[in-house]
Design a protein around this ligand. Structure first.
Ligand SMILES: [Zn+2]
Length: 53
């Protein structure tokens, strides 16, 4: 599954995890919305953990 980046548009709704392994923050992204930066560490890349509808 492709990672999403801050500023991009979410194509799959779901729970995403910050790719900064020392952070591990999880965020909920909704299809069609813009991907935010990680509010914990400022990282700009997230990996899909669990897809939702
Ligand atoms: Zn983070």
């Amino acid at each position: 599954m492709a990672n999403i980046r801050t500023g991009g548009i979410v194509e799959q709704s779901g729970i995403y995890k910050c790719t900064n392994t020392s952070c591990g923050n999880e965020i909920t992204c909704v299809k069609g919305e813009r991907v935010p930066p990680c509010r914990k560490c400022g990282n700009t890349e997230f990996r899909l953990v669990r897809a939702t509808r």
